[in-house]
Design a protein around this ligand. Structure first.
Ligand SMILES: *[C@@H]1O[C@H](CO)[C@@H](O)[C@H](O)[C@H]1NC(C)=O
Ligand SMILES: *[C@@H]1O[C@H](CO)[C@@H](O)[C@H](O)[C@H]1NC(C)=O
Ligand SMILES: *[C@@H]1O[C@H](CO)[C@@H](O)[C@H](O)[C@H]1NC(C)=O
Ligand SMILES: *[C@@H]1O[C@H](CO)[C@@H](O)[C@H](O)[C@H]1NC(C)=O
Ligand SMILES: *[C@@H]1O[C@H](CO)[C@@H](O)[C@H](O)[C@H]1NC(C)=O
Ligand SMILES: *[C@@H]1O[C@H](CO)[C@@H](O)[C@H](O)[C@H]1NC(C)=O
Ligand SMILES: *[C@@H]1O[C@H](CO)[C@@H](O)[C@H](O)[C@H]1NC(C)=O
Ligand SMILES: CC(=O)N[C@H]1CO[C@H](CO)[C@@H](O)[C@@H]1O
Length: 357
């Protein structure tokens, strides 16, 4: 199987290289801040893709802020789609096909897929906002080429990178490192989408979030947040939601202290532990946390997930089941609470990627 995958990957890489030489660069879009962003159209009459738009910047264990520096676009040698967030796919899911990921903590990029214009078709178009899965441990937008999807459903598709593993979720359970960094990343990307998508021909009032697995947990957590559910039209959670047993960590500080100690950092106070963890290279932090996670969750199943959303009193005010219970017993009407439409279910062939390995 491994050899088969390698050949397929080799073919994919080679084909991508060949087609990239014949791209026509057109469809420059002016973002809300005046920055002009070039699109890539592979062929006449096909979807145009705006790769690697940097929506946020974030220090380690800090909340992301909107990106205001677009000078990277002037660098002709830039990585077209931007970096992938630090992760260890080979430890989390041994046997997955190896990809050559170019990782950096500067990874808050998104891509926008704009389908070809159709004669007589009224714009603006609805928007699909994709949140990948990967057990909160791995994943990147570049796995999900949405060229065909955008054309097939005549919608704008936005795919986003968010931080994973400790970088996305490490929490001391107090104000030193509240956690939920990833929920902030996604909210920032949603804000960017709502503020900018009209320039791409999209309708900011018709944004649907969709996802898979850990992404489904993140979507359903986002829809519990007043800041999000009033401004998106719908959420579609494939193979997961925030009520799943693996969706929340109710005692994140314990693992953070264990990991700090394991990596030679002081682990008696949150402040000391976090200050020291901030000084480590991302490779050391990633390796140490991934190794230790196996010990924290000794069952060693595919779901030995340690880094997840937490109740931080901000992004998640309470446990998801408690928020839902409050809503169910509140006196205001369904209409007044403007609940976004929500569809959930399981994908029949979910996990088949792992069985192929
Ligand atoms: C580039 O693409 C166009 C169609 O979009 C095609 O006509 C042309 O032959 C291609 N050129 C090369 C060198 O492949
Ligand atoms: C903007 O980013 C570039 C790298 O792309 C960097 O060299 C420059 O110093 C940054 N400017 C500011 C004001 O931070
Ligand atoms: C991996 O990607 C980097 C930069 O994107 C490149 O320099 C390197 O040659 C690639 N390695 C392999 C084995 O493809
Ligand atoms: C994405 O898919 C389209 C359609 O199959 C293809 O032309 C394009 O090369 C793919 N893009 C990448 C980056 O692989
Ligand atoms: C998103 O925008 C809203 C205003 O619409 C603002 O209140 C919120 O703080 C923003 N969220 C982030 C993560 O920047
Ligand atoms: C602190 O780190 C040490 C050394 O790894 C470890 O033995 C101890 O259990 C850690 N303390 C906590 C509270 O995890
Ligand atoms: C990763 O951690 C393991 C166990 O702590 C250690 O044996 C290994 O040398 C580390 N690898 C790197 C690249 O740091
Ligand atoms: C940008 C952002 O989301 N900031 C908030 C993150 O959460 C903390 C509490 O955990 C708030 O204080 C920030 O305002």
């Amino acid at each position: 199987m491994v050899t088969g995958w390698n050949i397929l990957l080799w073919l994919a890489v080679t084909l991508a290289f060949v087609t990239a030489e014949n791209e026509s660069r057109k469809g420059v879009v002016k973002l809300a801040n005046g920055v002009e962003h070039p699109g890539v159209q592979l062929q006449e009459g096909e979807t145009t893709v705006y790769y690697g738009i940097k929506y946020g910047t974030a220090g380690r264990f800090e909340h992301a802020q909107p990106n205001t520096n677009f000078s990277y676009l002037n660098n002709p040698d830039r990585l077209q789609a931007g970096h992938v967030c630090p992760q260890s796919p080979s430890i989390f899911a041994p046997g997955l096909p190896q990809r050559n990921l170019s990782m950096s903590e500067d990874c808050l990029y998104l891509d926008v897929y704009v389908p070809p214009s159709r004669k007589g078709k009224a714009t603006p178009r609805p928007v699909l906002f994709w949140i990948y899965g990967g057990g909160f441990e791995m994943g990147d937008k570049d796995l999900y080429n949405s060229t065909i999807l955008a054309k097939a459903v005549d919608a704008i598709v936005v795919t986003v990178n968010y931080r994973v593993s400790a970088f996305g979720f490490l929490s001391t359970g107090d104000e030193v490192a509240p956690g939920n960094w990833t929920l902030g990343d996604l909210k920032l990307a949603l804000n960017w989408t709502i503020d900018n998508i009209a320039a791409f021909g999209g309708d900011p009032a018709k944004v649907t979030i969709f996802d898979e697995s850990a992404g489904a947990v993140l979507t359903s957590a986002l829809l519990l947040d007043d800041d999000v559910r009033y401004k998106v039209k719908a959420g579609i959670a494939f193979s997961g939601n925030s009520l799943c047993g693996w969706a929340m960590n109710i005692n994140p500080a314990a693992g953070t202290f264990a990991i700090a100690g394991h990596l030679g950092c002081p682990n008696t106070t949150s402040a000391e532990a976090v200050a020291c963890l901030r000084t480590l290279s991302y490779e050391v932090l990633l390796n140490g946390t991934t190794v230790l996670e196996k010990q924290l969750r000794p069952e060693d199943t595919i779901l030995d997930i340690y880094y997840t959303p937490v109740v931080d009193g901000f992004h998640l005010q309470k446990l998801p089941e408690d928020i839902l219970r409050d809503w169910a017993t509140a006196s205001d009407s369904y209409q007044e609470r403007k609940v976004a439409m929500f569809i959930t279910g399981c994908l029949r062939e979910d996990f088949s990627l792992f069985t192929l390995c």
